[in-house]
Design a protein around this ligand. Structure first.
Ligand code: AMP
Ligand code: MG
Length: 402
C-alpha cells in the first residue's frame, strides 16, 4: 500500500499551476492573483466627514457650548460651494467633502439646532476630529495585494474602490467529471433489479464548483471500453483535468482500469487509508486524470485528500489542504489495526474550553453517504486501536463554517 503522503506528493507534482490570464475584475471572484495589484487611485479621494454633524473650525468650539451660524449644508456627493469663516458651521453628512476653512467635525449628537441659521455645539473637538483624510486607506502606488492573494469578496471590493478594471489571475480549471457503471440511473426512472441511483457525479460536480472549477459534465458512461475511450479522449482535448468515479478497484468489469491502462500513463494505487483505498492518477494526452473509487464516501474522501489539493494548486492557491486542528474526541473513535489511516467522519463544535470537540457521525460504511453528508470534519485516526474518549485527535475540517 502507498502512504497517503506519497500519493499526495506525486499528484501535486504532476499538477503545476495553470497559466495566468487577464480578466475583468468582475470575473475574478474566487480566483488567485498571479500578479500584484498596485493602486492607481487614492482612497478616499478627498478629505471627508466620518459622521453626520457640523463642519467647524476647532478653535471656534474650544469653549463649548458655543453657538455658531449655520451657512449651508453638504450631502455626500455634493461639492463644497463656499468656504467656512470664523464662527461659522456647515451641516455635513457622512462622506461629504470637508469644506475649505473647516478643520474638524462635531457629531450631530453633540449639537442642538436653533432655528435654520444657528446651532449650539455642546462639545469641543480637536483639529482633525471625525475627518477621514484623502489616502488614509490607499495611496497611489501602494501594493494592495501580492500574487497568491485570493480574490475574496472584500478583495473584490478593494479592487472596485481603486477602479482596477482588469486583474491578472490563475485560470479557473476546467474539469470534466463522469461516472461509470452499468448499474447507474440518473433520469428519475424506476429502478430495475440491480440498478442504483447515480450520486457521485452530482456530488463531485458540486465539490468542483465549490473548489472554484468550471465543470464539464460528461454524464454516465456505461461499462463499455469503446464508449469510455471516446469520452475520455474528447475530454482530454479540451479540459484541464478529468475526474471519474468507479471502476478503479479489483472488479472484473472495471473498464476504467482497462481503458486508461491502455490509452493513458496511469498509476494504480492502493493507498493506505480507509475509506478510499483504490485510487488512480495519471495523464491522458498530458491532461491529469483522477480515477476515484465508486463507493460514494470513498469518492468524497478521495476527492478531498487527493483531487482538491491538486486542483487548488493548478489554480494558484498557496494553501492546498483543508484546515486541520487538534480536537478532543468526546466519544471513542474505535477501529482495528489494518495498516491504514482511517478518516472517520465526525460532527464537531467548539466547546466552552475553546477547543473543537468531535464525535463520530454514526454509520461509517463507504456506501453510507447519508451519514457522512452531515459530517463537519474527518478525524485522522492512525493505525492501531483507535482514539479513546477524551483523547486528542487530528481532524481535517470539511466545511469552513463548521
Ligand atoms: P466500482 O468502483 O465501480 O466497483 O463501484 C463500487 C461501488 O460504488 C458499487 O457499489 C457501485 O455501484 C457504486 N458506485 C459506483 N459509481 C457510483 C456512482 N456514480 N453513484 C453511486 N454509486 C456508485
Ligand atoms: Mg463500477
Amino acid at each position: 500500500m502507498t502512504p497517503l503522503e506519497d500519493a499526495q506528493a506525486f499528484v501535486l507534482g504532476s499538477c503545476p499551476p495553470l497559466g495566468a490570464i487577464d480578466v475583468d475584475r468582475t470575473d475574478a471572484s474566487g480566483l488567485v492573483l498571479a500578479a500584484p495589484v498596485v493602486a492607481g487611485e487614492v482612497v478616499p479621494p478627498f478629505d471627508n466627514s466620518a459622521v453626520d454633524g457640523y463642519a467647524v473650525r476647532a478653535a471656534d468650539v474650544a469653549d463649548a457650548p458655543v453657538e455658531l451660524r449655520v451657512i449651508g449644508e453638504l450631502a455626500a456627493g455634493a461639492a463644497p460651494s463656499r468656504s467656512l469663516g470664523a464662527r461659522e458651521a456647515i451641516r455635513i453628512m457622512t462622506g461629504a467633502p470637508l469644506p475649505f476653512g473647516a478643520d474638524a467635525i462635531v457629531m450631530v449628537e453633540d449639537s442642538e439646532r436653533i432655528g435654520d441659521d444657528a446651532v449650539r455645539l455642546l462639545r469641543s473637538v480637536p483639529v482633525g476630529a471625525a475627518i477621514r483624510r484623502a489616502g488614509d486607506d490607499v495611496r497611489v502606488g501602494d501594493v494592495l495585494f501580492d500574487a497568491g492573494t485570493i480574490v475574496s469578496p472584500p478583495v473584490a471590493g478593494v479592487l472596485a474602490s481603486v477602479n482596477a478594471q482588469r486583474v491578472t489571475v490563475h485560470r479557473r480549471a476546467v474539469v470534466a467529471v463522469l461516472s461509470t457503471g452499468d448499474e447507474l440511473v440518473d433520469d428519475g426512472s424506476s429502478l430495475e433489479i440491480g440498478q442504483i441511483r447515480e450520486s457521485n457525479k452530482t456530488m463531485l460536480a458540486a465539490l468542483l464548483t465549490e473548489t472554484g472549477c468550471e465543470v464539464v459534465d460528461l454524464g454516465i458512461v456505461r461499462d463499455d471500453e469503446a464508449e469510455l475511450e471516446g469520452v475520455l479522449r474528447a475530454a482530454a482535448g479540451h479540459c484541464d483535468a478529468i475526474i471519474s468515479s468507479g471502476g478503479v478497484s479489483m472488479g472484473d468489469y472495471d473498464v476504467v482500469k482497462a481503458v486508461l491502462g491502455r490509452i493513458a500513463d496511469m498509476h494504480w494505487m492502493q493507498i493506505a487509508i480507509k475509506p478510499a483505498k483504490p485510487f488512480a492518477f495519471g495523464r491522458l494526452e498530458g491532461t491529469p486524470i483522477f480515477g476515484l473509487p465508486g463507493n460514494p464516501v470513498s469518492s468524497l474522501v478521495s476527492f478531498e485528500l487527493l483531487a482538491r489539493p491538486a486542483l487548488r494548486r493548478m489554480m494558484g492557491h498557496g494553501r492546498l489542504t483543508r484546515s486541520n486542528v487538534v480536537a478532543v474526541a468526546d466519544e471513542p473513535l474505535d477501529r482495528q489495526p489494518d495498516g491504514k489511516v482511517h478518516f472517520m467522519r465526525v460532527n464537531g463544535g467548539f466547546g466552552d474550553d475553546g477547543r473543537y470537540h468531535v464525535r463520530p457521525v454514526g454509520a461509517q460504511g463507504s456506501h453510507q453517504l447519508a451519514a457522512t453528508a452531515l459530517a463537519d470534519a474527518m478525524a485522522v485516526v492512525p493505525d492501531g486501536l483507535g482514539v479513546p474518549a477524551g483523547a486528542d485527535v487530528a481532524v481535517l475540517m470539511l466545511r469552513s463554517d463548521a
